[in-house]
Design a protein around this ligand. Structure first.
Ligand SMILES: C[S@@+](CC[C@H](N)C(=O)[O-])C[C@H]1O[C@@H](n2cnc3c(N)ncnc32)[C@H](O)[C@@H]1O
Length: 216
Protein backbone atom coordinates (compact mmCIF):
# COMPACT_ATOMS: atom_id res chain seq x y z
CA UNK A 1 0.00 0.00 0.00
CA UNK A 2 1.23 3.43 -0.90
CA UNK A 3 2.31 5.64 1.98
CA UNK A 4 -0.40 8.20 1.05
CA UNK A 5 -3.10 5.53 1.18
CA UNK A 6 -1.87 4.34 4.58
CA UNK A 7 -1.91 7.89 5.89
CA UNK A 8 -5.42 8.40 4.57
CA UNK A 9 -6.60 5.19 6.24
CA UNK A 10 -5.06 6.19 9.56
CA UNK A 11 -6.58 9.64 9.31
CA UNK A 12 -10.02 8.17 8.70
CA UNK A 13 -9.62 5.78 11.67
CA UNK A 14 -8.52 8.68 13.85
CA UNK A 15 -11.60 10.66 12.83
CA UNK A 16 -13.84 7.70 13.68
CA UNK A 17 -12.25 7.42 17.14
CA UNK A 18 -12.64 11.17 17.66
CA UNK A 19 -16.34 10.94 16.81
CA UNK A 20 -16.82 8.00 19.19
CA UNK A 21 -14.97 9.84 21.94
CA UNK A 22 -17.13 12.94 21.46
CA UNK A 23 -20.31 10.79 21.58
CA UNK A 24 -19.13 9.14 24.83
CA UNK A 25 -18.26 12.54 26.29
CA UNK A 26 -21.74 13.88 25.55
CA UNK A 27 -23.34 10.74 26.94
CA UNK A 28 -21.27 11.00 30.11
CA UNK A 29 -22.19 14.67 30.47
CA UNK A 30 -25.89 13.83 30.14
CA UNK A 31 -25.58 11.05 32.67
CA UNK A 32 -23.66 13.34 34.99
CA UNK A 33 -26.34 16.04 34.82
CA UNK A 34 -29.06 13.49 35.49
CA UNK A 35 -27.49 12.86 38.90
CA UNK A 36 -28.35 16.44 39.93
CA UNK A 37 -31.48 17.03 37.88
CA UNK A 38 -34.03 16.47 40.63
CA UNK A 39 -32.05 18.55 43.16
CA UNK A 40 -31.89 21.45 40.69
CA UNK A 41 -35.55 21.03 39.82
CA UNK A 42 -36.46 21.27 43.51
CA UNK A 43 -35.22 24.89 43.55
CA UNK A 44 -38.02 27.31 42.72
CA UNK A 45 -37.50 29.39 39.58
CA UNK A 46 -38.30 29.85 35.91
CA UNK A 47 -35.20 28.28 34.39
CA UNK A 48 -36.26 25.18 32.39
CA UNK A 49 -34.21 22.03 32.91
CA UNK A 50 -32.67 21.98 29.43
CA UNK A 51 -31.35 25.49 30.05
CA UNK A 52 -30.11 24.48 33.51
CA UNK A 53 -28.31 21.60 31.81
CA UNK A 54 -26.61 24.01 29.44
CA UNK A 55 -25.38 26.16 32.35
CA UNK A 56 -24.14 23.02 34.12
CA UNK A 57 -22.37 21.74 31.01
CA UNK A 58 -20.75 25.08 30.21
CA UNK A 59 -19.56 25.48 33.80
CA UNK A 60 -18.17 21.93 33.79
CA UNK A 61 -16.22 22.62 30.61
CA UNK A 62 -14.28 25.43 32.33
CA UNK A 63 -10.81 25.15 33.86
CA UNK A 64 -10.53 23.84 37.43
CA UNK A 65 -10.04 27.34 38.90
CA UNK A 66 -12.62 29.14 36.73
CA UNK A 67 -14.48 32.24 37.88
CA UNK A 68 -18.19 32.35 37.10
CA UNK A 69 -20.27 35.49 37.41
CA UNK A 70 -24.04 35.35 37.64
CA UNK A 71 -26.14 38.52 37.43
CA UNK A 72 -29.61 37.69 38.80
CA UNK A 73 -29.81 34.65 41.09
CA UNK A 74 -33.23 35.00 42.67
CA UNK A 75 -33.85 31.83 44.71
CA UNK A 76 -30.76 30.12 43.34
CA UNK A 77 -32.00 27.78 40.61
CA UNK A 78 -29.23 28.78 38.17
CA UNK A 79 -26.73 29.08 41.05
CA UNK A 80 -27.40 25.48 42.06
CA UNK A 81 -27.20 24.26 38.43
CA UNK A 82 -23.75 25.84 38.01
CA UNK A 83 -22.78 25.06 41.60
CA UNK A 84 -22.99 21.31 40.98
CA UNK A 85 -20.49 21.81 38.15
CA UNK A 86 -18.05 23.28 40.70
CA UNK A 87 -18.18 20.33 43.13
CA UNK A 88 -14.73 18.95 43.86
CA UNK A 89 -13.01 21.73 41.87
CA UNK A 90 -11.69 25.22 42.59
CA UNK A 91 -14.30 26.80 40.33
CA UNK A 92 -16.14 29.62 42.06
CA UNK A 93 -19.37 31.48 41.37
CA UNK A 94 -20.04 35.12 42.26
CA UNK A 95 -23.80 35.59 42.43
CA UNK A 96 -25.36 39.03 42.37
CA UNK A 97 -28.93 39.99 43.09
CA UNK A 98 -30.86 42.83 44.70
CA UNK A 99 -32.65 40.19 46.77
CA UNK A 100 -35.44 42.64 47.24
CA UNK A 101 -38.32 42.01 47.88
CA UNK A 102 -37.34 38.32 48.07
CA UNK A 103 -34.79 37.91 50.83
CA UNK A 104 -31.30 36.51 50.31
CA UNK A 105 -32.17 33.86 52.93
CA UNK A 106 -34.29 31.99 50.35
CA UNK A 107 -31.28 31.83 48.01
CA UNK A 108 -28.92 30.86 50.84
CA UNK A 109 -31.27 28.12 52.09
CA UNK A 110 -31.33 26.50 48.63
CA UNK A 111 -27.58 26.75 48.08
CA UNK A 112 -26.89 25.44 51.59
CA UNK A 113 -29.37 22.58 51.25
CA UNK A 114 -27.37 21.43 48.21
CA UNK A 115 -24.09 21.86 50.12
CA UNK A 116 -22.77 24.32 47.59
CA UNK A 117 -22.09 27.35 49.79
CA UNK A 118 -18.31 26.88 49.62
CA UNK A 119 -18.46 27.33 45.84
CA UNK A 120 -20.43 30.59 45.85
CA UNK A 121 -19.95 34.16 47.04
CA UNK A 122 -23.10 36.31 47.03
CA UNK A 123 -23.02 40.06 46.48
CA UNK A 124 -26.28 41.75 47.40
CA UNK A 125 -26.83 44.86 45.28
CA UNK A 126 -27.23 46.23 41.81
CA UNK A 127 -25.31 44.21 39.22
CA UNK A 128 -23.98 47.43 37.64
CA UNK A 129 -22.52 48.61 40.94
CA UNK A 130 -20.94 45.22 41.58
CA UNK A 131 -19.42 45.13 38.08
CA UNK A 132 -18.07 48.68 38.47
CA UNK A 133 -16.39 47.63 41.73
CA UNK A 134 -15.44 44.16 40.51
CA UNK A 135 -11.67 44.60 40.83
CA UNK A 136 -11.89 45.93 44.40
CA UNK A 137 -14.42 43.25 45.41
CA UNK A 138 -12.55 40.26 43.98
CA UNK A 139 -8.94 41.42 43.82
CA UNK A 140 -9.14 41.73 40.04
CA UNK A 141 -10.32 38.23 39.12
CA UNK A 142 -10.79 37.57 35.41
CA UNK A 143 -14.15 35.95 34.53
CA UNK A 144 -14.41 32.64 32.64
CA UNK A 145 -18.17 32.52 32.26
CA UNK A 146 -20.83 35.15 32.74
CA UNK A 147 -24.56 34.51 32.94
CA UNK A 148 -26.74 37.61 32.57
CA UNK A 149 -30.23 37.24 34.04
CA UNK A 150 -30.81 40.32 36.24
CA UNK A 151 -32.96 43.30 35.19
CA UNK A 152 -34.58 42.61 31.80
CA UNK A 153 -34.81 46.30 30.82
CA UNK A 154 -32.87 46.96 27.61
CA UNK A 155 -30.62 49.69 29.08
CA UNK A 156 -29.85 47.55 32.16
CA UNK A 157 -29.02 44.40 30.18
CA UNK A 158 -26.85 46.46 27.85
CA UNK A 159 -24.94 47.91 30.80
CA UNK A 160 -24.50 44.42 32.32
CA UNK A 161 -23.00 43.33 29.01
CA UNK A 162 -20.84 46.43 28.48
CA UNK A 163 -19.47 46.38 32.03
CA UNK A 164 -18.79 42.65 32.10
CA UNK A 165 -17.33 42.22 28.60
CA UNK A 166 -13.90 43.72 29.47
CA UNK A 167 -13.75 41.53 32.61
CA UNK A 168 -14.28 38.30 30.66
CA UNK A 169 -11.19 36.39 29.51
CA UNK A 170 -10.84 36.11 25.71
CA UNK A 171 -12.17 32.71 24.67
CA UNK A 172 -14.63 32.63 27.59
CA UNK A 173 -18.39 32.27 27.41
CA UNK A 174 -21.13 34.86 27.88
CA UNK A 175 -24.76 33.75 28.23
CA UNK A 176 -28.03 35.69 28.30
CA UNK A 177 -31.34 34.43 29.58
CA UNK A 178 -34.78 35.25 28.17
CA UNK A 179 -33.57 36.25 24.72
CA UNK A 180 -36.67 34.87 23.07
CA UNK A 181 -39.50 36.47 25.01
CA UNK A 182 -40.46 38.97 22.29
CA UNK A 183 -38.90 41.05 19.55
CA UNK A 184 -38.55 44.01 21.88
CA UNK A 185 -37.43 42.23 25.05
CA UNK A 186 -34.33 43.78 26.66
CA UNK A 187 -32.20 40.60 26.73
CA UNK A 188 -33.31 39.62 23.20
CA UNK A 189 -32.42 43.03 21.75
CA UNK A 190 -29.03 43.17 23.48
CA UNK A 191 -28.31 39.62 22.34
CA UNK A 192 -29.29 40.17 18.71
CA UNK A 193 -28.00 43.73 18.23
CA UNK A 194 -24.91 43.91 20.43
CA UNK A 195 -23.64 40.55 21.66
CA UNK A 196 -24.25 38.01 18.90
CA UNK A 197 -22.52 40.13 16.20
CA UNK A 198 -19.25 40.22 18.17
CA UNK A 199 -19.26 36.76 19.80
CA UNK A 200 -18.12 33.48 18.25
CA UNK A 201 -19.59 29.97 18.24
CA UNK A 202 -23.01 31.32 19.22
CA UNK A 203 -25.78 28.93 20.14
CA UNK A 204 -29.15 28.83 21.85
CA UNK A 205 -31.11 26.37 23.98
CA UNK A 206 -34.65 27.52 24.62
CA UNK A 207 -34.38 31.15 25.74
CA UNK A 208 -30.74 30.85 26.77
CA UNK A 209 -28.25 32.20 24.23
CA UNK A 210 -24.49 32.01 24.51
CA UNK A 211 -21.34 32.90 22.63
CA UNK A 212 -17.60 33.07 23.06
CA UNK A 213 -15.50 36.22 23.41
CA UNK A 214 -13.00 36.23 20.53
CA UNK A 215 -9.32 35.72 21.22
CA UNK A 216 -7.57 38.63 19.55
C1 LIG B 1 -35.30 36.17 36.33
S1 LIG B 1 -34.70 36.38 37.94
C2 LIG B 1 -33.26 35.38 37.99
C3 LIG B 1 -33.59 33.93 37.96
C4 LIG B 1 -32.44 33.03 38.32
N1 LIG B 1 -31.32 33.17 37.42
C5 LIG B 1 -32.92 31.59 38.34
O1 LIG B 1 -32.33 30.72 37.70
O2 LIG B 1 -33.90 31.32 39.02
C6 LIG B 1 -34.07 37.99 37.89
C7 LIG B 1 -33.43 38.43 39.20
O3 LIG B 1 -32.68 39.61 38.94
C8 LIG B 1 -32.75 40.44 40.06
N2 LIG B 1 -32.44 41.80 39.60
C9 LIG B 1 -33.22 42.65 38.88
N3 LIG B 1 -32.56 43.78 38.60
C10 LIG B 1 -31.33 43.65 39.13
C11 LIG B 1 -30.18 44.47 39.18
N4 LIG B 1 -30.15 45.67 38.59
N5 LIG B 1 -29.08 44.01 39.81
C12 LIG B 1 -29.07 42.79 40.41
N6 LIG B 1 -30.14 41.96 40.38
C13 LIG B 1 -31.25 42.38 39.77
C14 LIG B 1 -34.13 40.26 40.63
O4 LIG B 1 -34.12 40.57 42.00
C15 LIG B 1 -34.41 38.78 40.32
O5 LIG B 1 -34.16 38.00 41.45
Amino acid sequence: MQIEQKLEKHQSLLNQYREKLEKSRLLFQKHYFSLYKSAINAVEGWLPLDEAELLFTKARSLPDNAVIFEAGSDKGRSTVAMGYACCGTNRHIYSVDLWNPYPIEDWRKNVEKNRLLEYVTPFQGNSHDVLKQWNQLTGGKVIDFIFIDASHEYADVLLDFELSFPLVKPGSWIAFHDVGDSESSGPGRVWREKAKPILLNCGQVGCLAFGQKPVL
